[in-house]
Write a protein that binds this ligand. Structure first.
Ligand code: BG6
Length: 506
């Protein structure tokens, strides 16, 4: 990562009393402070409804930092950079106090008139905030300083709402000012997909339909919906994980080599992938899409609640907590190669990985004779135990020619102790530096929704389509096996990259 320090700036966080601010943003900013990556002239202005003053806000945030192993002076130095303003953000005509406060902070702290606005709010008020900022002329700077708008997910809930949101935000801000966040793109190992593909001359020549039989992508979580039942009821696995995180990973796995690492070049290439996704055929829906919902189960003497028993969830909910899809990318490189994508909550373990299945050898010299090897598999593990594993066949010593599957592996943890920024550290720093490479372009968001919205519509219009129950702690509905082709079976990944293909328990 470049060691450039950003220019002085003010970060305005809308939704400062929310969960994201406390769990991710403040800890990430503190970590950046400790790594000396923040500019010397830097301040955070938290905005929420509750009447608090700066000191009370600092006291709340100091509890958030309590776990960090930092000394008191370090913590206090950071807390002194935090300010607070109570504001009714839902009224676009009530933003005058924000302008006053921003100008006062800018002058007092010499912040160069650069401002980032971070929207950690329900998306339905994004447009109001944009208008409120416009009303106070906070969306543009006369002095040539920057104004940037960072927007949290969900970015719309279908194609129509995403288009409306884009239109509303773009009526105030330029696309070059809008930073749509997907925290998966901030993960070091997701970015490494680019390095792996394009820094190594040996993989790119085989990265296509001639050598790759199928690609499997898994994002499994062992947790349930936790305290977010209310949000999740209106979202479901497809919107929550596939529309954003998994499709962004797919974009990096499938894209053509970009001309450079500039944000426009990178984002153009992933956009082309999204635009090439084959539209769903409603006539063979069940062969391509399977959904599920976790049910109550006993695990290690503990009763895990079913989704319908979770707080904020309707007792007859039909929201999917698991989805498996078969996708095709209709372009020259990937014609005919299936991409199997699955994600779910309350699966046996937390793993995100991409599995590349290479074609078996054209002539089966060895396989009929025994052994457990069929074809080469490359696993790009994103989390946890991040790393890369290649499976290949070796002769079992002794008489005969039995072939055994063996592993060649690399674990990130073997690298030196260099600083690996968390996703939010990396993304906040990039936004301060004006680098949009790891942020999603509005057109890409729409292209992803364009592909997925017909699935949501089909579920809506045909409620009798099955929603398969799966006991909490299992790998999801058996029906998901039916979407696989080429005699493949879903991999059962373990927490440990090399200890694979074993069933894991929560
Ligand atoms: C979020 C989803 O975007 O990503 C959550 O809303 C999910 O439901 C989370 O748990 C997963 O992120 P990570 O970084 O823990 O894999």
């Amino acid at each position: 990562m470049a060691l450039t320090t950003p220019a002085p700036c003010l970060l305005v966080i809308f939704g400062a009393s929310g969960d994201l601010t406390q769990r991710k943003l403040i800890p990430a900013l503190f970590a950046l402070e400790r790594q000396k990556r923040l500019p010397a002239n830097f301040a955070v202005l938290g905005i929420a409804r509750t009447a608090l003053d700066d000191l009370a806000f600092r006291a709340e945030m100091s509890e958030v930092l309590a776990q960090a192993e930092a000394d008191i002076d370090e913590r206090q130095r950071f807390l002194n950079r935090l300010y607070y303003l109570a504001l009714n953000t839902t009224d676009a005509d009530a933003y005058a106090p924000l302008r006053e406060r921003v100008l006062a902070l800018d002058q007092a702290l010499n912040l160069g008139d650069n401002i980032l606005f971070y929207l950690s709010l329900p998306p339905k008020i994004y447009a109001t905030v944009a208008r409120g900022l416009e009303n106070q002329a906070l969306h543009r700077s006369e002095s040539g300083a920057y104004r940037r708008l960072i927007v949290e997910k969900p970015f719309g809930y279908d194609l129509g709402s995403a288009q409306t949101l884009n239109r509303e935000l773009r009526s105030v801000f330029l696309e070059s000012q809008i930073y749509r966040i997907d925290h998966y793109l901030g993960k070091e190992t997701v970015q490494n997909l680019l390095a792996f593909r394009f820094a190594n001359g040996m993989f790119e020549p085989v990265w296509n339909r001639n050598h790759i039989m199928a690609v499997e992508m898994t994002a499994s979580e062992s947790v349930g919906v936790e305290q977010r039942g209310g949000y999740y009821e209106g979202a479901g696995a497809l919107r929550d994980m596939v529309q954003n995180h998994l499709l962004q990973i797919l974009g990096l796995v499938a894209m053509e080599p970009p001309g450079s690492l500039k944000s426009e070049a990178l984002r153009n290439e992933t956009l082309k992938v999204f635009q090439s996704l084959r539209p769903f055929d409603p006539s063979n829906f069940a062969e391509n899409v399977v959904r599920g919902q976790y049910t109550q189960a006993q695990l290690r003497g503990e009763t895990l609640p079913g989704y319908r028993e979770e707080q904020g969830v309707s007792p007859d909910s039909r929201t999917e907590t698991y989805v498996a899809l078969k996708a095709y990318i209709d372009n020259w490189r990937w014609a005919g190669v299936p991409f199997f994508i699955r994600t779910g909550k309350r699966l046996p373990t937390r793993v995100t990985e991409v599995v590349i299945h290479f074609h078996p050898t054209p002539h089966p010299l060895f396989t009929p004779r025994g052994g457990d090897f069929n074809h080469n598999i490359l696993i790009l593990r994103i989390q946890p135990d991040d790393g890369i594993l290649l499976k290949f066949g070796m002769k079992v010593p002794g008489t005969g020619f039995d072939i055994k599957s063996v592993n060649m592996d690399f674990h990130y943890s073997d690298l030196s102790d260099s600083w690996i920024p968390t996703a939010y550290e990396r993304l906040l720093l990039d936004a301060m530096l004006g680098d949009q490479s790891l942020y999603i372009h509005g057109d890409a968001t729409e292209a992803c929704w364009h592909w997925l919205t017909p699935i949501l519509q089909t579920w809506n219009q045909e409620p009798e389509l099955p929603l398969h129950g799966y006991p909490a702690g299992t790998w999801g509905p058996l029906a998901a096996d039916s979407i696989l082709t080429n005699e493949l079976a879903w991999r059962m990944p373990c927490k440990n990259l090399t200890d694979d293909d074993n069933f894991c328990e929560l």
